[in-house]
Ligand binder design. Structure first.
Ligand SMILES: NC(=O)c1ccc[n+]([C@@H]2O[C@H](COP(=O)([O-])OP(=O)(O)OC[C@H]3O[C@@H](n4cnc5c(N)ncnc54)[C@H](OP(=O)(O)O)[C@@H]3O)[C@@H](O)[C@H]2O)c1
Length: 233
């Protein structure tokens, strides 16, 4: 089989970095993207020194032009995209209240966590359609589950619930083409966002993301998973 290519957004630290590493270790050519070129290049170089096929490219998911530039890069270098991991995320607005809305935080969370992911999919879809095994993973959160969310993170929860809507809509539109689209919650993970008290390592959190990114052709689509097991919407 021709070597497969994967792109991870927001990937020079945290879960994105570990997801990029695990995919590269599985033999994927990985395009590690992020909005800090210096840190992104360093992260990619470190993995290249371990003989992993990782390429950094600048991408701010809120900047359509930067997504289009990455599309051109992938088209020229690889011709197609097999796996897209929408990992970039911000603003776990713990302690905030829906009754006292902070519009700046709400709008930034919506733009990055929801609209950003949508822009990346829409721009790269043509390349994913060229793959015979297209996979899209939206890195969501239990905080975005309508049935399971707890109060206290209104902007973040709303943005991740909206991301889950995107998963369901995309999955049904792309099912006939064999492109599998799923939401994954990595659990509570020790990263800059998750904090040091979180019970899970990045390796544990990323493994559920990589599971959804590497599903067999008869794997599920339009689902919400943690550790490969279905969770409530
Ligand atoms: N950690 C947890 O417990 C947990 C639980 C459930 C879900 N998640 C989800 O998992 C994903 C990764 O989170 P994490 O814990 O690894 O957080 P993190 O360490 O804070 O990393 C977030 C990443 O997203 C990037 N990012 C933010 N805005 C961006 C933009 N506009 N364009 C491109 N990249 C952008 C950040 O880059 P900059 O340095 O440029 O900001 C960073 O690389 C997120 O979607 C998060 O919501 C995390």
């Amino acid at each position: 089989m021709k070597k497969q290519t994967a792109l991870v957004t927001g990937a020079y630290r945290g879960l994105g970095l570990e997801t990029a590493k695990q995919l590269a270790e599985k033999g994927y050519s990985v395009v590690l993207t992020g909005r800090n070129t210096e840190k992104g290049k360093l992260a990619a170089q470190k993995m290249q020194s371990q003989n992993l096929d990782v390429h950094f490219h600048f991408m701010d998911v809120n900047n359509l032009g930067s997504i289009e530039t990455v599309k051109d890069f992938i088209e020229k270098k690889f011709g197609k995209l097999d796996v897209l991991v929408n990992n970039a995320g911000i603003h776990y607005d713990q302690g905030h209240k829906a009754t006292k809305p902070n519009w700046k935080i709400i709008s930034e969370a919506t733009n990055t966590n929801f609209l950003g992911a949508w822009k990346v999919v829409a721009t790269l879809l043509e390349l994913i359609q060229k793959s015979e095994h297209g996979r899209i993973v939206n890195v969501s959160s239990g905080a975005g589950s309508l049935q399971d969310m707890t109060p206290g993170t209104p902007a973040y929860s709303a943005s991740k619930a909206a991301m889950n809507v995107l998963t369901i809509q995309l999955a049904s539109e792309l099912k006939q083409e064999g492109i599998l689209v799923n939401s994954v919650c990595p659990g509570w993970v020790r990263t800059d966002m998750g904090g040091g008290a979180a019970p899970r390592s990045v390796e544990e959190g990323a493994s559920g993301i990589v599971w959804a990114a590497t599903l067999e052709d008869d794997g599920p689509t339009g689902g919400f998973f943690r550790d490969g097991k279905e969770i409530k919407w």
